[in-house]
Ligand binder design. Structure first.
Ligand code: ZN
Length: 234
């Protein structure tokens, strides 16, 4: 019996856990300016329902990239036994709004939620950063501590697993704290954003355009989420 349980735990370390994955933006957003420009309550401010995102100089869109990494991450997490909920599974529609992106993780009672993005930073800047919200009374005070732990686990795993450097143009050793992101402010479950690289930098763009690199990213992200969910020591 114990051996069987041990085998199960090793094969499916995330059995019983739910992870929400939010691929930022959507490939059809640019066709729906009225819908995505609608102003919604992001907790600390009112802002657009969604935005179009950035793209590489080669025209690889952030929306397509985010979904690709998200689907790869879903596959790895499912193989580890997790239940995975997604905020979108195609790149042809618009939205959902940032409010709904948070609500999807909340309704699923996710044990962890991660929003996947790539940045449109200065072309001379490289690297990734993980974002979590500060403790905002009535909004994020209840998820601040676990979200920060999740941010550290994802930051460490992504750095080790991909070799992508910490962002050189903002943040602090691959971490940033922001109070203006509705997807974080409105979350009732531990949640982080990751800007996995800078699409406007040619070196980062070359990596992000590589399917093999995206697979490495997904496996690294899964290791970070798994470390958080299983309480593995950092
Ligand atoms: Zn984005």
């Amino acid at each position: 019996m114990l051996a069987a349980l041990l085998a199960l735990a090793l094969a499916a370390p995330l059995a019983g856990k739910t992870v929400a994955i939010d691929p930022g933006h959507n490939g059809g957003n640019y066709l729906h300016p009225r819908e995505i420009d609608r102003v919604v309550d992001a907790g600390t401010l009112r802002k657009a329902c969604d935005t179009t995102g950035t793209e590489t100089a080669e025209g690889y869109t952030e929306a397509a990239y985010n979904l690709d990494v998200a689907l790869r991450l879903r596959a790895v997490l499912r193989a580890e036994g997790a239940r995975v909920v997604m905020t979108r599974t195609t790149n042809t529609g618009w939205g959902p709004c940032i409010t709904e992106r948070a609500a999807i993780g909340n309704r699923a009672h996710a044990d962890a939620a991660i929003s996947i993005h790539a940045d449109g930073g200065p072309s001379g800047g490289r690297g990734f950063h993980v974002i979590y919200a500060p403790s905002i009374p009535g909004l994020t005070d209840d998820i601040y501590a676990p979200s920060k732990r999740l941010a550290l686990d994802v930051r460490d795993a992504f750095h080790a697993g991909t070799g992508m450097p910490y962002a050189t143009y903002l943040g602090d050793r691959g971490l940033d704290v922001r109070s203006d992101l509705g997807g974080l402010n409105l979350s009732n479950v531990p949640k982080v954003f990751i800007e996995t690289g800078n699409m406007r930098n040619s070196t980062d763009a070359g990596l992000l355009e590589s399917p093999a690199f995206r697979e490495r990213e997904a496996r690294a992200l899964a290791r970070g989420v798994t470390a958080f969910l299983t309480g593995a020591a950092r």
